[in-house]
Design a protein around this ligand. Structure first.
Ligand SMILES: CC(C)(COP(=O)(O)OP(=O)(O)OC[C@H]1O[C@@H](n2cnc3c(N)ncnc32)[C@H](O)[C@@H]1OP(=O)(O)O)[C@@H](O)C(=O)NCCC(=O)NCCS
Length: 207
């Protein structure tokens, strides 16, 4: 475990780098379209853009996509995967994962997060700081569960959905694809695809 590439040099990327360092990665380089204007991301250098990573991927022992926006993260994930990049998971050593949980590739799990028994997490997901995913949940690909959100048991979440900071989801609820659950929302009923809900109980955000 030596040299890690991180695609996406924003604030989320810094937390990924910090978790990676805690997990034992020693040489961490960012790649971002803001390079060369942006030459570092906090404590770590930005050394090129995604194309540069692809050209130099043999120099890296792993790569992870660190972009909070689910659609953009998915696009980069597919680009890196098609190019043959060695996409890995970053699990902070202070996260708690049941040995009976299953997780895909390109997943990041931050400090204080818990993934409980028989939960299934798809590829390219973010389980952010102190978020909890309880027993038997099924999360599809490219989902972001923001800090401090709590997903009760037997919940399913569709592709590309974003569960906001501090949100709570009642057990057994089915959340569709590309759903946004607002910060602090309490979801007590199923949510169809492509909508944003807020509040307690969570209701459609009308704009
Ligand atoms: C739900 C959300 C996506 C809406 O964003 P937006 O489309 O930019 O909406 P706006 O901020 O313009 O707000 C629109 C209305 O919804 C209300 N609203 C926004 N977010 C809300 C929330 N989480 N709960 C309750 N009401 C909310 C606003 O007060 C506003 O009401 P008004 O029209 O009566 O003034 C956003 O507010 C949110 O909660 N994002 C999650 C943030 C998060 O989890 N960040 C973690 C990063 S790791």
């Amino acid at each position: 475990m030596n040299r890690l590439a991180i695609i996406g040099a924003g604030g989320h990327g810094k937390v990924v780098a910090d978790a990676a360092q805690a997990a034992g990665w020693v040489d961490i380089h960012f790649f971002d379209s803001a390079w060369p204007v942006k030459s570092n991301n906090g404590h770590w250098p930005v050394v090129g853009n995604t194309q540069h990573y692809i050209e130099k991927m043999n120099l890296y022992d792993g790569v992870v996509i660190a972009i909070g926006v689910c659609e953009t993260r998915e696009t980069e994930f597919q680009t890196i995967k098609a190019a043959g990049g060695q996409i890995i998971n970053i699990i902070h050593p202070k996260a708690t994962l049941s040995p009976f949980a299953r997780i895909g590739i390109g997943v990041v799990v931050f400090a204080g997060a818990v993934i409980n028994v028989d939960a299934v997490i798809g590829n390219n997901c973010i389980i952010n700081t102190a978020a909890t995913i309880d027993h038997d949940c099924v999360l599809k690909d490219s989902i972001h569960v923001a800090p401090g959100a709590h997903i009760s048991g037997n919940v399913t979440i569709g592709y590309g959905s974003w569960i906001g900071v501090g949100a709570t989801v009642r057990q057994g609820v089915r959340i569709g694809e590309h759903v946004v659950v607002g910060a602090g929302a309490v979801v007590v009923k199923d949510i169809p695809n492509y909508i944003t809900v807020v509040g307690n109980p969570a209701k459609l955000l009308s704009i």
